[in-house]
Design a protein. Structure first.
Length: 99
């Protein structure tokens, strides 16, 4: 596990993490359409907010959001089941926000 080191060069920098948290570098293989989706989000954020965000930051955000749903993803039999569980949790959360 690594720690953030301000002396590191930009391309070698560890991601910013909250104090007391640790991080691990992993490799993930994604489908091209998933990469394109992440890139579209990153471009939209850059155009709308003027800040750059990496694919890794987007993936971390999605994982963090999923972890806060209270959904037990291990209850799903497969990837489609996980998607269904998360859609349901996020839809319930959105309907509460609209009231």
């Amino acid at each position: 596990m690594g720690r953030y080191n301000p002396a590191m060069r930009k391309r070698d920098q560890a991601p910013p993490v909250p104090p007391g948290e640790t991080w691990s570098k992993i490799t993930v293989v994604l489908l091209d359409r998933h990469v394109a989706y992440l890139d579209r989000i990153a471009v939209d954020i850059r155009l709308q907010r003027g800040v750059a965000i990496s694919r890794a930051e987007l993936i971390r955000g999605l994982i963090e959001a999923a972890s806060k749903t209270g959904v037990t993803l291990s209850d799903a039999p497969d990837n489609h089941g996980m998607i269904s569980l998360l859609r349901g949790a996020w839809a319930r959360g959105n309907s509460r926000k609209r009231r």
